[in-house]
Design a protein around this ligand. Structure first.
Ligand code: ADP
Ligand code: ZN
Length: 221
């Protein structure tokens, strides 16, 4: 699943993976977990993430390779936030070739930059369970407190204005080229992600079912 920061990739990826019974692999979540756990990987990743920069390709590719070796990917998997550069896409192609598992589809979520900035700058996240909120569209019932678990709701370090600007710049400079790449491979499904999460989910599942040629719970790849 491709798309600029703030387009709703994480939300859609989680829902799609759960409805289709496949593994959700989010490199952003994996890095955030490593940061929270204070591992070496986390320490390295944090410097890049806090600045809104991309983590170097070798680090990301190694992490994904290891993740794809786990059992829960057998019925299929959805990559969220990876690949993000042409070099990562090429590494992924080699990896999937070795595993004998071709890509079924590449979903590209699209929205205007203005909407992305509004979504990102208002986003708040529970530090304990990861539930997401938005100051205008979906505030927690009690200010700063998670509805789900009572944890602390705060702004992600990279959702500050300077970091948001840098993430959008990185996207335009390095990730936008992937749509052209996958369009050439005839794998691309461009989806308008400006609607409600429910509407976008409908559009994405429709595209995936059409691509995979099978129904929910039978999708592989
Ligand atoms: P978003 O798509 O909203 O920017 P993510 O949660 O996908 O957020 O990623 C957060 C940060 O994690 C990125 O800004 C980047 O620093 C790092 N990251 C995640 N995936 C990758 C990747 N494939 N390559 C390089 N850096 C990555
Ligand atoms: Zn919570």
């Amino acid at each position: 699943m491709l798309g600029p920061p703030g387009v709703g990739k994480g939300t859609q990826a989680e829902r799609i993976a759960s409805e289709f019974g496949i593994a959700h692999i989010s490199t952003g979540d994996m890095f955030r977990e490593a940061v929270a756990a204070g591992t070496e990987l986390g320490k390295t990743a944090r410097e890049y993430m806090a600045a809104g920069a991309l983590v170097p390709d070798e680090i990301v590719v190694g992490m994904v390779e290891e993740r794809l070796g786990r059992d829960d990917t057998r019925k299929g998997f959805l990559l969220d936030g990876f690949p993000r550069t042409i070099a990562q896409a090429e590494a992924l192609e080699r990896l999937l070739q070795t595993l004998g598992r071709p890509v079924t589809a590449v979903v590209d979520l699209r929205a205007d930059e203005e909407l992305l900035i509004t979504r990102l700058s208002g986003r708040r996240v529970c530090a304990s369970c990861g539930a997401t909120y938005h100051v205008q569209n979906k505030p927690p019932k009690q200010d700063g407190v998670c509805d789900v678990c009572g944890g602390e709701v705060r702004q992600r370090e990279d959702d500050r204005p300077e970091a948001i600007r840098e993430r959008l710049r990185e996207y335009a400079a390095k990730t936008a080229a992937l749509t052209e790449h996958y369009s050439r491979l005839e794998l691309l499904e461009s989806i308008d992600a400006s609607g409600t999460p429910e509407e976008v989910f409908g559009l994405v599942s429709e595209a995936l079912i059409r691509r995979a040629g099978v129904g929910t719970h039978q999708v592989a790849g």
